[in-house]
Structures are given as structure tokens and as C-alpha cells.
Ligand binder design. Structure first.
Ligand code: SF4
Length: 257
């Protein structure tokens, strides 16, 4: 898509130089545009095909690295994991879940009591408020059960689109994608999403357009773990990567890697 942008900037400059009267020139311009779009579309399709092929041969992955035993515990762990590592969350949740194993128990807890269990994670004050409010709503609106509809999940404090998708995917096998910071980066580097997509929602839309429904979850989890351990933010570990043959970033930067 970056390629597309540059191509059209170039075309616009030529357009200004050429003047406004040459019909043949307009025709050539139109043909070039169509050819360019066709080429880009072919590239994306080929890249998705390569990605899906490698996904089929990859070992099955766990749905999450967060430790939980009930849907309620998963929901709480995912809320806590926003902008924090799963490793850190797994250190504090066992004691939290032991003290407050159900929405009913958590909804009756004091702010200070909950805060004490999660003070070592990111944004502990906001997250304490989210947990207490979410527990209260689960009790009053959902009979103490984690809802399976994404729209219902998103009514819970601390549950945005990404969190709702992660929970629905893990608990209810919903074919949805939770675009976190790793997935956002990895999808663009591989070339499955465009650098022009500036928001997680845009990246999600691009992925959902091309991924077959039955491979959405596997693709989601593979990219997330790949971003966490191999395609890390600062310097991707391309020498350990199995998809260099179709990764857009690698193909454009291999001389610098
Ligand atoms: S080749 Fe490098 S940039 Fe591409 S996905 Fe692998 S680690 Fe990331």
C-alpha cells in the first residue's frame, strides 16, 4: 500500500507537468492505475495464501498464555492484561482469584482490598475500579455469568473491542480477532495489513476480509505469539523466523537485518 501511495503521488506530479489536453495521456494513466491495483491485489492474495499454508503446517497453539480456571477468571485476567504482560498478570491473579473467586464475592470487595492484589501491574487504580464495576454488572445484569455476545461484553467497564474479542474467541470460539499491539505490528510487517491502516479496527477489517473464518483464531494466536517472541518491536529476530520467504518487511529490509 505504501508502494501504491508513492505511485499515485508520482502520477499526480506527471499529471501536472503533462497539462490537461492530451487524451492519449489520460488513457495511459487509466491503464497504469488499473494495472497497478491489479498487481497490488495479486501480491496481497499471494501473501495471504503463503501465510495460510504455513499456518496449516504450524503446531496448534494454546488459545492464551493467561492462567484461568473459569470464564469469570479469564475475563478478569484479560481486563488486567491491557498494556501489561501475561507473565506479570499470572503472578498476581492466583491470589486475587483465591480471595474473590466469583463475581458476587468481587462485587462486595472494597477498593483497597482489590488494589492490594493488583498494585504491581500497570494502571492498578483504574483496573481496580474496572474489576469492581464489572463484577457488580455481572451480578446485576447477567446473573453472574460472563455473557457470550460481544455487544454485551463491551458494556462491561474495562472491556473494549479487543478485550471482548479475546474473551469471546477463547471462551465461545467466536471467529473474531483481538488486535493488540503485537498483532497490529506483525500484520503490517508481514504485509497482511497495510501501513496506511492506522487503527487496530482498520487492521482487523483488513485481516477479516482475507482470512477464511475457520482460520481466524489460529491466525490471531500465531501472530500474537510471533510478535511477542520473534517479531519483537524494536528489532525483529528475522534470523529465527520461518516466514522470511513471504514477509514484506524482510524482503524490503533484508540488507539491513
Ligand atoms: S521475517 Fe522478520 S519482520 Fe518478517 S515476520 Fe519474521 S521476524 Fe517479523
Amino acid at each position: 500500500m505504501v508502494h501504491t501511495t508513492y505511485t499515485y503521488k508520482f502520477i499526480l506530479i506527471v499529471f501536472k507537468i503533462q497539462g490537461l489536453l492530451d487524451i492519449k495521456f489520460y488513457f495511459k494513466l487509466l491503464m497504469l492505475g488499473i494495472l497497478n491495483l491489479f498487481t497490488i491485489s495479486m501480491d496481497v492474495n499471494t501473501r495471504y495464501q503463503s501465510f495460510l499454508n504455513q499456518l496449516r503446517s504450524a503446531p496448534a497453539l494454546r488459545k492464551t498464555e493467561l492462567i484461568y480456571h473459569t470464564p469469570f477468571e479469564l475475563l478478569i485476567a484479560v481486563i488486567l492484561s491491557a498494556q501489561c504482560t501475561d507473565k506479570r498478570i499470572n503472578l498476581c491473579t492466583p491470589a486475587l482469584f483465591q480471595a474473590f473467586p466469583t463475581p458476587e464475592k468481587l462485587s462486595k470487595a472494597s477498593f483497597e482490598a482489590v488494589f492490594a492484589y493488583i498494585k504491581s501491574i500497570t494502571y492498578p487504580r483504574s483496573k481496580t475500579t474496572y474489576l469492581l464495576e464489572t463484577a457488580r454488572l455481572l451480578v446485576t445484569e447477567f446473573q453472574g455469568v460472563v455473557p457470550n455476545a460481544i455487544a454485551d461484553l463491551q458494556t462491561l467497564p474495562g472491556v473494549g473491542r479487543k478485550t471482548a474479542h479475546v474473551v469471546a474467541s477463547i471462551l465461545y470460539d467466536a471467529p473474531v480477532i483481538g488486535v493488540d499491539t503485537h498483532l497490529f505490528r506483525v500484520a503490517k510487517r508481514i504485509g497482511l495489513a497495510s501501513y496506511a491502516s492506522k487503527t487496530p479496527f482498520k487492521v482487523e477489517q483488513e485481516l477479516m476480509r482475507y482470512l477464511p473464518t475457520e482460520q481466524v483464531q489460529a491466525a490471531n494466536q500465531w501472530m500474537l505469539l510471533h510478535g511477542r517472541y520473534i517479531c519483537v518491536a524494536r528489532k525483529p529476530r528475522c534470523n529465527q523466523c520461518t516466514i522470511t520467504n513471504f514477509c514484506n518487511y524482510f524482503q524490503n529490509n533484508q540488507h539491513d537485518i
